[in-house]
Ligand binder design. Sequence first.
Ligand code: UT7
Length: 308
Amino acid sequence: MPGAITTGWGIGLPANIVTNADLESRLDTNDAWITERTGIKQRHIGGTTSELAIMAGKEALKSACVLPEDIDILLLATTTPDERVPGTSAVVQNALGISGGAFDLNAACSGFVYSLIVAHGLIGVGAKRILVIGSETLSSITNMNERTLAVVVGDGAAGIVLERTEGPGELLSWDLGADGSLRHLLYCEHGGYLFMDGKEVFRRAVRIIVNSAQKALGKTGFDSTDIDLFVPHQANARIVEAARERLGIPSEKAMTTIDRYGNTSSSSIPLALVTAVCEGKLKKGDLVLLSGFGAGMTWGSALLRFGG
Ligand code: UT7
């Protein structure tokens, strides 16, 4: 089967930055609690899921030097679609001028990893170029007057262009999983607000990430000491830290962006990935391990030789 490599990337963030000090002024919370319990210092809030995805998509196409009409499929990971019908991908496809297919994928915070694996599968059955975007406006489904979740969520988008290549491509192995019996831990009903049993999700998160990451690694000859960059879902800096430690990955090899973006669900892994590329922390040929988990519960890991 033909493989695929990442050839472009982009980010879309609302201009409005909300700092911990801003939240302190209107909620019963404080910078010390937020920083110590979550690692978050600020988050971007605003825009719609389609607007942010369009920004990220435009940038990704430009950086890949790919025209919209050359994209076969737009795959949009989101848990906060702008409307129930049609998929937010329809709006994004039209705005970007993409003539290929477009669909949304909802696997909550694991959405980008799920989408990436699906995209590689589509390349395997004949697609040439796929635009994969994670875009979220979690603030639109969060009660921003309730301190526990209001301090955690952020809005934003990031995406990559995946192109078919001769040879095996960059995806070395993957693991996807779900346990729908845990739906009650993290959900949002139509018209309602996001609910999270934070302590229970936290308790399970580290074990889930570590198990999934080890499964993906176990399918290859690599182990955690070979990894150049670990890019986990940015839900809480303490979760990232605990998972990294249990996997035996040194702290300088774990990407952390939760301090500046908060928890952006499906967007968190691509935001961290693209930020790493832009900051020179990830380069072509590096071994990168992506690991996500979230509502469902769902989880997913992908081991990539970045850029092939
Ligand atoms: O992305 C999908 C997956 N999501 C996650 O993995 C998130 C996992 N969970 C978490 O990250 C954490 O559970 C939270 C950051 C959401 C909450 O942290 P926590 O340490 O679990 O706090 P808690 O809800 O148990 O609350 C501890 C205390 C309580 O006070 P008492 O009862 O001990 O007096 C809360 O009322 O902290 C209080 N509290 C706050 N204080 C100041 C809760 N939220 C805040 C706040 N500011 N924003």
